[in-house]
Design a protein around this ligand. Structure first.
Ligand code: NMX
Ligand code: MLT
Length: 437
């Protein structure tokens, strides 16, 4: 038995105890909702429990109670590095306790030992056209591994439901361990002529991922540790987390659930926004024939985007109502490591100009930047300009949060999801009758 599983077994009963305590209060009413929320994407309706992180609309995300600045301080680092190792935030989310440096080192080794990707997965990726979007390739690569699901096999063999979590944890560890290899393969296949870069087994999960992508500077590796830490999770209602939960609730295994989540992350209003931001900035620079447009030029470009009935990518949020702390963390990294970078200056000019314009439309509820407004500029600085690939990096990180949660879903024995729907007619009838659902 691996060390993480032993620790989870010892620690998880406390989480179940708390959940069982909540179950004693099932009749407690926590609010009501209206038709606007039903037809408006279910905003503000609490419809699920989700343990690994919680979003405050003004303050931003907290992981098991810890904010991003607190975790940049508290989580173990790589040797003399200053950014947290994502292994640590995975440990925190799963266990509900901060890891020691040894816990993190154990996890690095555990993932390394599980990282070999079966040859047929690479062969499957090689069979799709090279122009296939990297997120589609990523989803295909994940699905190609589904045949190895230990959870699906155990279910088929009649495993007792009390043991579901055990097989789910095995699948989750295997999947997370292999994602960097698959992502790097897609990058090298799509943009770098199919070169092969062997893993560096002396490195941590993120450092080795950076290495396999062909980026070996110490700064890029630090950036990757930060990037993979801050994108992990954003409570349970976002498209990728909720998809993982929903699909998993049918007792679909981790591969099926996570591939579905990645298909949601690939949407331009969700994770694909990180590529859209850089595409939008590059287009603006090309249209205006300058790398550093003035604030006036940027303001005009934003107005044009709005007039064309398009969104300004990287701005707005369904829940947040202030600047995303993930944007701020990246901006701090940029100020420290690339103070003179022109693209970062463009990002900061947009940050100055966009909010009042968006606010003045009178309909955009959050005029502030989200995580995607910044991430691409860091990658471009280090030479990764292939922006179609950016959402894959988001996906590798997002695996840690949603898959830690998936283990907990099975541990807490959450039921299949099945909300009620109505038709427009049936809701109108309720309105006329003054009835409730
Ligand atoms: N640019 C232009 N219009 C916007 C923007 C924006 N950045 N944000 C919201 N709106 C519009 C929105 O399309 C809607 O228009 P309409 O009534 O014509 O349908 C109106 O403002 C009200 O939307 P909100 O209630 O403010 O936002 P909602 O909760 O529906 O959507 C987002 C949230 C994030 C989908 C939206 O702000 C958006 O499309 N942003 C740009 C894309 C983006 O950055 N997505 C990344 C989110 C973070 N992530 O990584 O997942
Ligand atoms: C996320 O990280 O999932 C996004 O900010 C979207 C969300 O929280 O709705």
């Amino acid at each position: 038995m691996n060390t993480l599983k032993e620790k989870f077994k010892a620690k998880a009963p406390l989480q179940k105890e708390e959940f069982n305590h909540l179950k004693q209060h099932q009749e407690h009413n926590i609010g009501s909702y209206n038709i606007g929320q039903v037809i408006g994407g279910m905003r503000g309706i609490t419809g699920l429990t989700y343990e690994t992180s919680l979003l405050d609309s003004n303050e931003g995300i907290r992981f098991r109670g810890y904010s991003i600045p607190e975790l940049r301080d508290a989580l173990p680092k790589y040797k003399d590095g200053t950014e947290p190792l994502p292994e640590g935030i995975f440990y925190l989310m799963l266990m509900n306790e901060l890891p020691t440096a040894q816990d993190v080192a154990d996890l690095t080794q555990e993932w390394l030992s599980r990282s070999t990707v079966p040859a047929h997965v690479y062969a499957t990726l090689d069979s799709v056209p090279i122009a296939t979007h990297p997120m589609t390739q990523f989803s295909i690569g994940i699905m190609a591994m589904q045949n190895d699901s230990l959870f699906a096999k155990a279910y088929h063999d009649g495993v007792n439901k009390s043991e579901y979590w055990d097989y789910m944890l095995e699948d989750v560890m295997n999947l997370i361990a292999k994602l960097p290899n698959i992502a790097a393969y897609i990058y090298n296949r799509t943009y770098k002529g199919g070169r092969t870069i062997e893993a560096d087994t002396t490195l941590d999960w993120s450092g080795n991922f950076a290495h396999m992508l062909g980026y070996d500077s110490a700064d890029f590796k630090e950036m990757m540790r930060l990037y993979l830490t801050i994108h992990v999770d954003h409570e349970g209602g976002n498209v990728s987390a909720h998809t993982t939960r929903l699909v998993g609730s049918a007792l679909s295994d981790a591969y099926l659930s996570f591939a579905a989540a990645m298909n949601g992350l690939a949407g331009p209003l969700h994770g694909l926004a990180n590529q859209e931001v850089i595409r939008w900035i590059f287009d603006m620079q090309a249209d205006l024939k300058t790398d550093l447009p003035s604030e006036e030029q940027i303001a005009e470009y934003i107005q044009t985007t709005l007039k064309e009935g398009r969104v300004v990518p990287g701005y707005g949020h369904a829940v947040l109502r202030k600047t995303d702390p993930r944007f701020t963390a990246q901006n701090e990294f940029a100020a420290k490591h690339m103070p003179d970078d022109v693209l970062i200056q463009v990002v900061n000019r947009i940050y100055k100009v966009a909010p009042p314009i968006l606010e003045n439309t009178g309909k955009i509820k959050n005029p502030w930047p989200n995580v995607d407004a910044h991430s691409g500029a860091l990658l471009v600085h280090y030479g990764m300009k292939e922006y179609d690939f950016y959402t894959v990096l988001f996906g590798v990180s997002r695996a840690l949060g949603v898959l830690a949660s998936l283990v907990l879903d099975r541990y807490l024995a959450l039921p299949i999801e099945r909300p009620k729907s109505e038709t427009t007619k049936s809701l109108l009838q309720m309105v006329e009758a003054g009835a409730t659902a």
